[in-house]
Design a binder for this molecule. Structure first.
Ligand code: ADP
Ligand code: MG
Length: 541
């Protein structure tokens, strides 16, 4: 036996942090991140101003935006940032909630560790609480919503928009979100699918938020390529190209060596012939509109204009794909391969002036399930924040349609879960019971933070809320009304969120908290060590 003989496996000088020290350090870092976003939770949350190294400013109260932008060094803190990103991808909302919850779970875990409860036991208890919590969300707390209940969908949209702070035209944005999602929703068997990627968001500053609108069709942030092109084309037959209509300069230089004026002329003629052939190919296929992902030579644009063809160049790849789906067209690589069957169709392609810019509207598309939301607002910052709010709104409406269940907001769901999990804890027994109790306690951080950010006495609010959720006359929908700090029925107040957001926030929080808890050894590994800042000679440590 080698008992008692230390074996040195790590090179001397390797950075290492072990045991309780490692875990305390990780927990501290993760909690710091949670504390940083906590004050932004809810409609009364404060904004953060993010300034990057170029001096560009973003003002937001969106958890994931903040976390994406700030430079995080500590590995445990990085894990928390990842959680926010996952939550954002899956639900588009609930990111701050997930992070704040994870932070509080870790804080509670720490007190258990201090009482010598083993991290694995804490993790097991948290997972038991999560399983029961998820069951309660689905079976006890969730409220069914019918897919044609536009009012309920609007409530969900307005809650998401409202919690991003207060801007005008909230109602308008809410109805745009609901209508947009209703346009793209489809039934697949007995499932409802609402893929928000079908909705194109286009933003333009200038005008007011109220000028934002929903457009049936696709709007491209591009003007036509030549002033002689028609301003509008009716009965559009659209060629979708992902290659350039140009002749690469390098090709020319490599091939020819011009020695005489005659040669120069013949080269120019040749070039002109190629350009004419490109336009002839477009015409032969029967297209009257060309949408290109790459460049189009000025000469080609000129010839296209002469033929009365409307063309736009340098369109984003994702827009080209949306356009293909909307118009039933096929994206073609070589212009010579273009045939009539590749063309997409739309009733109208038109250049319109929006603010100071010209944009191309493609409306009356073959597939009516293609819509664009044009986001407007006074300044770039406003437009960006409105866009983020709208993205959240689209996602929550789609989640609600797909799952058909909402939960009361304003901390009601979390308080109710806490009350129920406290009753559940004794059935677990052992030391895991302690972890379930701490889990219940951690959930209360959500109403607590909402109250605090609203400027109310959090202790009093919590007492009121707990009281409303217990006993014979308990009402599980009671949360905090941020207008007066009183315990109020959130469904009546129309503050509701999709079940999916709550469920995912809970599970991501538990996942990251337990992952951080299980780490008892942090070793600087070779391959991930970053290059020293400041180039050669710089020392990072
Ligand atoms: P997240 O990034 O987690 O979505 P938000 O800043 O959007 O964070 O805040 C969401 C929280 O705010 C949820 O708990 C939600 O129930 C609550 N909330 C939103 N609107 C209201 C309201 N009008 N009254 C009370 N609570 C609200
Ligand atoms: Mg939100």
């Amino acid at each position: 036996m080698l008992q008692g003989t230390p074996i040195l496996v790590l090179k001397e000088g390797t950075e290492r942090d072990q045991g309780r020290g490692a875990s305390a350090n990780n927990i501290q870092a993760a909690r710091a991140i949670a504390d940083a976003v906590r004050s932004t939770l809810g409609p009364r949350g404060m904004d953060k101003m993010l300034v990057d190294s170029m001096g560009d400013v973003t003002i937001t109260n969106d958890g994931v935006t903040i976390l994406k932008e700030i430079d995080v060094e500590h590995p445990a803190a990085k894990m928390l940032v990842e959680v926010a990103k996952t939550q954002d991808q899956q639900c588009g909302d609930g990111t701050t909630t997930a992070v704040v919850l994870a932070g509080d779970l870790l804080k509670r875990a720490e007190t258990l560790l201090e009482q010598d409860v083993h991290p694995t036991v804490v993790a097991r208890g948290f997972h038991l609480a999560l399983a029961e919590g998820t069951r309660l969300l689905e079976k006890e707390i969730g409220i069914p919503v019918k897919s044609d209940d536009a009012k309920a969908l609007l409530d969900v949209a307005l809650t998401a928009i409202g919690s991003k702070g207060s801007f005008g035209a909230r109602q308008k944005l809410g109805s745009i979100a609901v209508e947009a999602v209703q346009r793209i929703v489809e039934r697949r068997g007995d499932r409802i699918v609402a893929d928000v990627d079908l909705i194109k968001l286009e933003k333009r500053h200038g005008g007011t938020i109220d000028d934002s609108e929903l457009i049936s069709g696709i709007v491209l942030d591009k003007e036509r390529g030549h002033p002689r092109m028609p301003l509008a084309v009716h009965g559009a037959k659209i060629a979708l190209l992902n290659s350039a209509l140009e002749i690469k300069k390098t090709e020319i230089e490599g091939k020819i060596n011009i020695k005489s004026p005659q040669q120069m002329q013949s080269f120019l003629d040749q070039e002109d012939t190629s350009f004419r052939q490109m336009v002839a190919a477009v015409k032969a296929a029967g297209a009257n509109v060309v949408v290109g992902q790459k460049g189009i030579d000025d000469v080609v644009l000129h010839y296209l204009a002469k033929e009365g063809i409307y063309a736009v160049k340098q369109v984003k790849e994702s827009d080209l794909q949306k356009l293909a789906r909307a118009t039933g067209g096929k994206i073609v690589t070589g212009i010579r391969e273009l045939t009539a069957s590749d063309l997409g169709t739309a009733a109208e392609v038109e250049q319109r002036k929006i603010g100071d810019d010209h944009m191309t509207y493609i409306t009356g598309c073959q597939n009516p399930r293609s819509v664009t939301v044009l986001v407007r607002g006074g300044t770039e910052h406003v437009v960006q924040e409105v866009e983020r709010a709208l993205q959240d709104a689209l996602k929550v409406v789609s989640s609600t349609l797909e799952d058909g269940v909402v939960c009361p907001g304003g901390g009601a769901t979390e308080i109710d879960l806490a009350v129920r999990l406290r009753k559940f804890a004794p059935t677990v027994g052992g030391r895991e019971q302690l972890a379930v109790e701490e889990f219940a306690q951690a959930l209360e951080v959500i109403p607590w933070a909402l109250a605090e950010n609203g400027g109310y006495d959090a202790i009093n609010v919590l007492i009121e809320l707990r009281h409303a959720h217990e006993g014979a006359s308990a009402n599980r929908n009671v949360g905090i009304n941020l207008n007066d700090g009183k315990a109020t029925d959130m469904v009546q107040l129309k503050v509701v969120e999709p079940l999916r957001v709550k469920r995912q926030a809970l599970s991501s929080a538990v996942e990251v908290a337990t992952m951080i808890l299980r780490i008892d050894d942090v070793i600087a590994s070779k391959k991930s060590s970053p290059p020293p800042p400041g180039g050669p000679g710089g020392h990072s440590h």
